[in-house]
Design a protein around this ligand. Sequence first.
Ligand code: 5GP
Ligand code: MN
Ligand code: MN
Length: 329
Amino acid sequence: DYQLALKAAGAFMHESERFLVISHVNPDGDTTSSVLACALLLEQLGKTYVIVNEGETPAKFGYLPRFSHIRNLQKDEVAERFSHVIAIDAADSKRMGNVRYLFNDDARILNIDHHPTNDEFGNVNVIRTDAAAAAEIMYELAVANDFTLNPELAVCFYTGLLTDTGGFRYSNTSPNVLKIASELLQYGLKPGELAERCLEETTLEHMLLLRRSLQSLAITHRKQVASLKVTREDLQTTGASSEDAGGFVNHCRNIEGVEVGVSFFETEAGHVKVSLRSRSRVDVAEIAKQLGGGGHARAAGCTLTVSIDEAERVVYGKLREALGVDSDE
Ligand code: 5GP
Ligand code: MN
Ligand code: MN
């Protein structure tokens, strides 16, 4: 059961002196704060660790403790191979990305996650699919194994809860989430400042990119689907980076009467990152899974290796099935 899994995770952290700690590709607030919380827990045990992300970690999370320890697989050379790996918020082994090359062939893996599409790729798996955030599980892991809570851990846990619940607004905002958040605030966190940094503040490039992308807004499937596209050209023209394209999909889903919001983001030629958000009926994790991705019922995604127009065709087809409509009109 879950409590035993938390204890097993605590025991795993005693199995070695040195650990590789990894998040999922395109790291977000939850995975970033969870791996940093994990680093702080390992420090309490006197262990050493290397944190490696596939891709850039958003700079806005730079206030998190040990943020500067995070290495980027694309930029930093990591020559070491690891016998013990802790993966957090990664729904499947693919989601860890190329960091897999840092594992020994017989590496032991601790898999901590809250995605219903998790395929239990670890030797030890701590999966609670009704947790709002991986950070919620990290908090429970810390408590179950008698770690000492402190302001540094609190700011990590809180950031994960804050970002994965969209500021305590999404349907995953459970009594447990608010109870933990309330406990964490007692460590002197500034909730207003954290919300401002994580959720409110945007870059100018984000706005320029949004302005451009909005011209592609399409309302389809009898007004139940709204979608946006972001092309390589949009990025180049506005000087934006992929980090600046976050959150576009929410604008689509937020339109009155729309059930599913979709964004198509051309990360490189022939590679399209698809984000899906639903309001109440459509299980977008199921659609994303069929297309090689995954996620949650209300928020999911996948990456398709096709043109952006082909990606749109494929996703529109799945949405016709899910919504029971026979055309894209
Ligand atoms: P986003 O659209 O914000 O990138 O992701 C929304 C949700 O879907 C997140 O919970 C994320 O973990 C999941 N997700 C996004 N892309 C993928 C993917 O390619 N594979 C899997 N397994 N999950 C994904
Ligand atoms: Mn995540
Ligand atoms: Mn998460």
